[in-house]
Design a protein around this ligand. Structure first.
Ligand SMILES: [Cu+2]
Length: 172
């Protein structure tokens, strides 16, 4: 009996990881080295988003090529809601908008397809919630230095912000 119970656990875990994977892969374009998000165009020529600023951006840098995460507050003083659909970073090979979700009682990270920054309001990416997941570092990053992140919006506008690199123990 113990054997069959173990199989149940394995099957359950497999189902979970598949559903998480399916969710996180939504909108992805396969495993190109490009970004798995609805990013289009060249950030250096893209227009800036109307009235959107990114404030207090920082990166919690983890050692040993573990995924790092970026946090910030996005403010929208423009004329319409802003729809953030992706991010990219020159110093990381893989960048994704993530949030935390509890699926069948298990806290997990899932890809966030779109984040609305309401007009006249703001949206905070913070530890425990939304974050920009930064994987596959391409350079040696040093605490106290900055690293740029480009944020892409649904209307193909983009904004690039320097984010301060902080230690793994940082909470804000
Ligand atoms: Cu994540």
């Amino acid at each position: 009996m113990k054997h069959s119970i173990n199989w149940l656990v394995v099957a359950f875990a497999a189902t979970l990881s598949m559903s998480v994977y399916a969710h996180s892969d939504h909108g992805h374009h396969g495993h190109h080295h490009h970004h798995e998000q609805k990013i289009s165009g060249d950030a250096s020529t893209a227009p800036p988003p109307d009235g959107v600023t990114v404030d207090n951006c920082w990166i919690r840098l983890l050692p040993n090529r573990l995924p790092s995460a970026a946090y910030f507050v996005m403010n929208n003083s423009g004329h319409a809601d802003a729809a953030l659909v992706g991010a990219e970073a020159t110093n990381f090979g893989k960048v994704m908008l993530h949030t935390h979700q509890t699926i069948n009682g298990m806290a997990t990270m899932v890809h966030a397809d779109k984040v609305i920054v309401p007009v006249g309001g703001s949206f905070e990416f913070a530890p425990g919630g939304h974050h920009v997941m930064l994987e596959q570092p391409k350079a040696t990053l040093n605490i106290g230095h900055t690293s740029p992140i480009t944020f892409w919006f649904e209307d193909s506008s983009a904004i690039t912000t320097d984010c301060e690199i902080r230690s793994p123990a940082s909470l804000n």
